[in-house]
Design a binder for this molecule. Structure first.
Ligand code: SIN
Ligand code: FE2
Length: 203
């Protein structure tokens, strides 16, 4: 995609290998405390192909009965989400241009055949803070459109260590993950891709 919609920034290779390995270690500790679970679409209960957990004061969850929401506890264990690693809070301070810290970090784990349909991130109350997304592991094809689902879309690849910011006019842009490219990174021993998204939920 030659030009990105206003407010969407792609920072290729923002994290070096050591920083990526450090984050993977932090995520392993988070997953040990707050296991990955299979989210379900509201209403239909159809399982998503991506597995999820969270860290920080709030976590984004979804299930058949209650749908998309933020909550302070893990849906299976009932325990509070693990703390957000300080390096993530520092990245937010460096890049988000928003005076308050992130409240939620959604951890998405994609196996090599997982994908995520086109959607908007709109379950937050505060839209003036960006969504800061970090890619780790295998490369994916990321798709971005406009503010209407029917707007034209474009796609580009996200590699391990890349950052994407959805901010400004692009904060509510439709986006999704078309596919993962197996074998494109050695970061994760068993393949797949991890995506972290830092979000501010409340003003
Ligand atoms: C998301 O939209 O929650 C995930 C985006 C990504 O995996 O890059
Ligand atoms: Fe999203």
């Amino acid at each position: 995609m030659a030009t990105l919609p206003n407010g969407i920034r792609h920072l290729p290779g923002f994290l070096d290998r050591a920083a990526q390995e450090h984050l993977v270690e932090a995520i392993r500790r988070i997953v040990a405390e707050a296991p990955l679970y299979v989210p379900a679409m509201p209403g239909t209960g159809k399982p998503m192909s991506v597995r999820m957990t969270n860290c920080g004061p709030l976590g984004w969850v979804t299930d058949k009965e209650r749908g998309y929401r933020y909550q302070p506890t893990h849906p299976a264990t009932g325990k509070p989400w693990p703390a957000m690693p300080p390096e993530l809070v520092e990245m937010w301070e460096q890049l988000a241009g928003y005076p308050k810290p992130p409240e939620a970090c959604l951890v998405n784990f994609y196996s090599d055949n997982a994908k995520m349909g086109l959607h908007q991130d709109r379950d937050e109350v505060e839209f003036s803070a960006p969504v800061l997304s970090i890619s780790l592991g295998n490369t994916c094809l990321f798709r971005v459109g406009g503010l209407d689902r029917k707007d034209p879309t474009g796609s580009f690849k996200l590699s391990s260590g890349d950052i994407v910011l959805l901010g400004g006019e692009g904060r509510l842009a439709f986006h999704g993950v078309d596919r993962i490219y197996p074998g494109t990174s050695t970061l994760l021993k068993n393949g797949g891709r991890i995506n972290l998204t830092l979000r501010r939920v409340n003003p």
